[in-house]
Design a protein around this ligand. Sequence first.
Ligand SMILES: Cc1ncc(COP(=O)(O)O)c(C=O)c1O
Length: 466
Amino acid sequence: MQQLYQNNREIRAAKPADSGQWRSLPGPRSQEYLKRQEARESNARSYPRRITLAIKEAKGIFIKDVDGHTYFDCLSGAGTLALGHNHPVVLEAMQQTLDGSYPLHTLDLTTPIKDQFVEQLFASLPPKFAKVAKIQFCGPTGADAVEAALKLVKTATGRRSILSFSGGYHGMTNGSLSLTGSLAPKQEISGLMPDVHFLPYPYNYRCPFGLGGDDSQKVSAKYIEHLLDDPESGIVKPAGMILEAVQGEGGVIPAPDHWLREMARITSERGIPLILDEIQAGIGRTGKLYAFEHAGITPDVVLLSKAIGGSLPLSVVLYNKNLDLWKPGAHAGTFRGNQLAMAAGAATLKFIIENNLAHQAQVLGDRLLSHLREIQKDHPCLGDVRGRGLMLGAEIINPRMGITAHPELAKQIQAECLQRGLILELGGRFGTVVRFLPPLIITAEQIDAVSEIFAESVAAAEQKLA
Ligand SMILES: Cc1ncc(COP(=O)(O)O)c(C=O)c1O
């Protein structure tokens, strides 16, 4: 496997030939595709509004559009493509599955491929959790794992309310959207799941308590503990607490380790299942295989999707068997048996472990973070630069107005990056956090090239909006 990876020159190229060169986008061929897409696809489509291209080919960290422009893909299918596009070990695993007369669709019936996937996954879990864990295969999206987890903890506890956090993102289905902080997609929707209570997440840069630093996490933990014990809090004892160890869509906000340990203590002392949504941060991205491992906690429930399918759709809920009180068929779904995704996912996980890519994500993430901090010195519009491993973000502000969010500048930076061959996405409040989610196979040279393009793009965007 290592051999395959090292021999693949295309994947290891430092940068494409046209890297950093400015192009007017969308190119003429992309324009035709985009026009047809606009005419036929839903108004709810999102990425094509900002990433204005049609993709023709993809390999490693690079994608090529139909006009022949090459881009660094630092969006990676919203964190799905841990090994980048079309990694040889992923393709090989899929090819073997296709060549072997294996079934491709099996509902939740078992197969040797599924068995091996479960073995590989359990071997990757912290041993304390693996020893007590059970797995539920879900419909193939992250949101369905969230829905399943809600049923699991509600059934096991006999309770109905759920604690979630401001800035959290858990999906777009009814239950998962109810747990999501972002107001925009909720505004028009009536009848969302009741009994969801939002708590303040420790977001130092814009501390909800006006404190910041260690004080912020201490007050947050104290507040939550008090709330759970206060007979006048208005919140009946919850069936669970759900959170991301690093909020992704909410603006790349890592929870301090101590605060996470406090959440684990507070919930465990009160018999409230703690659900770690690792759908985006899991599988090596933050510098550990699972983001909750930084804090050394053992959750009751862990949600996985995105990278676990090795670029194909797959999602699972892992949970403490004490919670396994739901009845046969309590959560179902036709597409729980995607064998290609299980083969690709097992191969991805194996490759990440064997090549210590979680550690590499830490090292390369630190390199990117230090480049971003250098850029910040010349460009105070990068108000805060933060994250963990290869899950990083730069919050864009108008420095002439304190730390006022500057959504227009963030958008312009994203557009300038795209025009120079770098795909980045925006997230966070008012879309002002420029997010870096490169595949874990990014090299040091590629980190340097990406940072260079980013620095040029920030300067160009500032100039345009001056
Ligand atoms: C943390 C987290 N949870 C849940 C989801 C929902 O996953 P999906 O879009 O596959 O439904 C996402 C998607 O971005 C996510 O980042």
